[in-house]
Write a protein that binds this ligand. Structure first.
Ligand SMILES: [Zn+2]
Length: 321
């Protein structure tokens, strides 16, 4: 063997050693699977074993990812429509109990179960922005119930409820609707819960409407607790029997808005009772029913408000008791 052959053999040996002994996977673009959300944050992993923490909001596209985000209170942005098919607790409700912002990003979030914002240790806010929400449970419940000290906030949302009872129920809590549409196929669009004591409903630059074809016995917004308020600005409120019923409270205010009763509820009013069993009108203020929860002075401030009701002997534009 001459010297040059020995040199080539030595070089080949080290070259081979270098290839075999290197334990580094060649660099590649990581391909991440679905995000994993847990108590420590949000993480994503590549098949190579690399894992990194992900900043919020987290892009999600599936029901399990949405469950985790709600459980840990992680803000999300939807990459696709998400359908919630079951409850996330011991019952059939889908529960929220922590701050979360859901950027719908033009997509639709559908619930086939009723939704409940629970009573929690501290006040919290559930925000939905920029997309569609369908509450698809056609049962008597199948609504969004907002409980003690929770705030439900919607901005740029098209919300449709197929609940036969109510779209959004407010119980010692708050609802704020901004630049949105709320539509309910039930008896009420947004309603205070009769067992509550103080609730607030704020509507800005939005439409709230109800339509329930069989009887037309529906009301877009109903308020019947002692404390709290309804505030409506730059909005349109439409119900077949009444647009707005305010049975209690003195802090209500309506500005630059239209309230319309379509008149599809054809029965004449007979006597005051609970709920919307009150005169047929675009706006009803006060209470002619001897029942404790409704017994209080009632006051509604109006500024540049329009009222639209059928020219009919059993409909009023405004009825004040
Ligand atoms: Zn990788």
């Amino acid at each position: 063997m001459n010297r040059s052959r020995i040199l080539v053999a030595v070089v080949l040996f080290f070259a081979l050693f270098a290839v075999v002994s290197c334990d580094h996977t060649p660099p590649h673009e990581h391909e991440f699977g679905p995000c994993v959300i847990n108590g420590d944050g949000v993480f994503r992993s590549c098949a190579c074993g690399y894992t990194e923490k992900v900043d919020e909001p987290v892009a999600i596209s599936s029901e399990p990812e949405f469950f985790s985000a709600v459980e840990y209170g992680v803000d999300v942005i939807l990459k696709a429509d998400v359908l919630v098919t079951s409850g996330n607790g011991a019952d059939e409700y889908f529960h929220f109990a922590k701050d979360i912002e859901v950027d719908l990003n033009g997509h639709e979030l559908s619930f086939n179960v009723s939704v409940q914002l629970d009573k929690a240790d501290a006040p919290y806010k559930v925000s939905f922005v920029n997309g569609k929400i369908l509450s698809n449970d056609e049962g008597a419940i199948g609504e969004i119930v907002v409980s003690d000290d929770a705030l439900l906030y919607m901005k740029d949302v098209d919300f449709c409820s197929r609940s036969l009872h109510c779209g959004i129920v407010v119980k010692n809590s708050s609802v704020e609707i901004v630049d949105s549409k709320v539509f309910s196929f039930g008896s009420y669009g947004i309603s205070s819960d009769a067992s509550g004591e103080s609730s607030s409903i704020t509507i800005r630059n939005s439409t709230v409407s109800t339509e329930e074809e069989e009887s037309g016995d529906n009301t877009a917004i109903f308020f019947g607790v002692q404390n709290g308020y309804v505030e409506i600005y730059d909005s349109t409120i439409v119900g077949d029997r009444q647009a707005l019923v305010i049975r209690c409270g003195k802090e209500h205010f309506i500005e630059n808005s239209t309230l319309k009763a379509t008149g599809l509820h054809s029965r004449s009013f007979s006597r005051w009772s609970s709920g919307n069993e009150v005169p047929n009108a675009a706006l009803v203020v006060g209470n002619g029913y001897d029942y404790d929860p409704y017994k209080s002075e009632t006051f509604v401030g109006l500024h540049n408000a329009k009222f639209d009701a059928p020219v009919d002997d059993h409909y009023y534009a405004i009825y004040v008791y």
